[in-house]
Design a protein. Structure first.
Length: 482
């Protein structure tokens, strides 16, 4: 048995990822990672007593290259005597109908296809090929975006998913080890050209940040893996404590409603308050909320602390947190058709920092703010989806992001008077379903920039500008679980 199979078999046995008699469905893109996983799990069938099936999802995003990936997977599956199902999804069409960024929509459709294939094959496990490099990327990305402790646990080796168990048997392997195994076995996997693109934040972290991290800390993967395992163990203990704390503070509950006693809630530690809020939200939306920003959770906490006896915060998926005197009430309310399709409510206004990166909970993308006393060379901004520069001294107030409102207008350079934001968005062909989540940047009472659409004529940069304000927006930088 090869070194790769020995380590894989040990990882599966140690973590109890597969049981004898399991039907294991492997998600296969045709790349090195998933091809190696499919090949190795097939070789371990007799030893572990499971049966392997394969599913390939063709997203039709790379033309002929996507079709060649499909042919490769089908060919390999037949060669190795593995039942295979090819699923076709229309990412472009879905985005036209409902909006959303390409990565997030692709993931949603991909997992929907996985579920359908799992039903057809009567699978017990869905095996995905995420590895140690992916884990490092995930933890770094969550850390940089701003996450709670649970977010640093990264991806789990195994977790419940729909009616199945999702497993990641390769989390203990480095990418270079997987590529080496493919070479040893003459697997000749496909290469996805989009993985080299710096359009996406994850790829920039992979190609630009991680090489620097590894140069400084050669064992970073191992350290992150240990950290993830440690946090996951502690999270199991926290889960018990948080569920007990919820029982201590809940005054009433229903199918779509939780009512807490404010006084009892405030007697909990801050750490328990945050976790109780996230637990309630996960119950109401029936999904994991690890990616929920700490800022949003703390807004709910401050709702309880505030002297205002009546206030409300809109969360997501129709969930509203309300303070009614001595009660803190979480309710999942009916949504408008647009909100139901999009899965989000109209987001709140967000104050932007004077300098640095800012996640935009509820909005599309992520914003970065740079202040400089010198112009920044344009080539340094080439990988940014959209950017605008202003004379900082000419802006009238703090920066913020908000959603559009009926009748919004903006002063546009090259135009007389103001133009409706709605018209500008229509001209830019922004899908209607996306407009409620599209960030408008404001200063004082003025909208100064619609990212990717147009900047206003306010605070123009001139020869006399002494302080430059750069706003950088990455539409594709949206939290996702891999």
């Amino acid at each position: 048995m090869s070194w790769f199979l020995e380590r894989l078999e040990e990882a599966i046995a140690t973590r109890k990822l597969i049981k004898p008699g399991d039907n294991v469905l492997v998600g296969v893109s045709g790349g090195p990672d998933s091809t190696a996983l499919l090949f190795a799990l097939k070789r371990l069938e007799k030893a572990l007593g499971h049966q392997v099936f394969a599913v390939h999802v063709n997203h039709h995003l790379r033309g002929e290259e996507s079709d060649e990936d499909e042919k490769y997977v089908v060919c390999r599956a037949k060669e190795w005597n593995i039942p295979v199902r090819v699923m076709h999804v229309d990412v472009t069409g879905e985005r036209k109908k409902h909006g959303g960024n390409k990565q997030a929509v692709s993931r949603t459709l991909r997992y929907r296809a996985f579920k359908q294939a799992a039903e057809e094959f009567k699978a017990d496990r869905l095996a995905l090929a995420h590895h140690a490099d992916d884990q490092l990327e995930t933890v770094l990305m969550r850390l940089l975006r701003g996450t709670g402790v649970s977010g640093l646990a990264g991806m789990d080796w195994a977790r419940p998913w729909e009616d199945y168990v999702l497993i990641r048997p390769l989390l203990g392997f480095r990418k270079e080890e997987i590529v080496s195994y493919c070479r040893e076995q003459n697997l000749s996997p496909r290469e996805d050209s989009s993985n080299r693109s710096l359009e996406y934040t994850r790829n920039r972290i992979r190609h630009e940040l991680i090489p620097v991290v590894r140069k400084l800390y050669p064992h970073a993967d191992r350290a992150v893996s240990k950290l993830s395992d440690l946090i996951r163990e502690e999270e199991r203990d926290w889960d018990i404590r948080v569920k007990k704390a919820l029982e201590d503070v809940v005054a009433d509950r229903g199918e779509n409603c939780y009512t807490l006693d404010v006084s009892s809630f405030l007697h909990l530690s801050v750490a328990l308050q945050r976790r109780v809020v996230k637990l309630i939200l996960s119950y109401l939306c029936h999904q994991d909320v690890t990616e929920l920003s700490l800022d949003k959770v703390d807004q709910v906490r401050k709702l309880a602390e505030n002297n205002n006896p009546s206030a409300m915060i809109r969360m997501f998926q129709g969930i509203v947190a309300e303070r009614e005197y001595s009660k803190l009430i979480f309710t999942k309310k009916p949504q408008t058709p647009d909100e139901a399709r999009d899965g989000r409510e109209t987001p709140e206004m967000i104050r932007l920092p004077g300098h640095g990166a800012s996640s935009l909970p509820g909005f599309l993308g992520r914003m970065e703010i740079l202040e400089s006393d010198q112009p920044i060379p344009i080539h340094r901004l080439k990988n940014v989806f959209s950017h605008a520069v202003f004379d900082l001294d000419l802006l009238s107030g703090p920066l913020y992001v908000r959603a559009r409102k009926p009748g919004d207008k903006m002063r546009c350079s090259g135009m007389r008077g103001r133009k409706k934001v709605k018209s500008l968005m229509m001209e830019a062909k922004i899908p209607k379903k996306m407009r409620s989540r599209y960030p408008l940047v404001g200063s004082g009472d003025e909208i100064i920039w619609i990212p990717g659409v147009r900047r206003s004529d306010l605070a123009p940069v001139t020869a006399s500008t002494k302080r430059f304000l750069y706003l950088l927006w990455d539409q594709n930088d949206t939290p996702e679980e891999r």
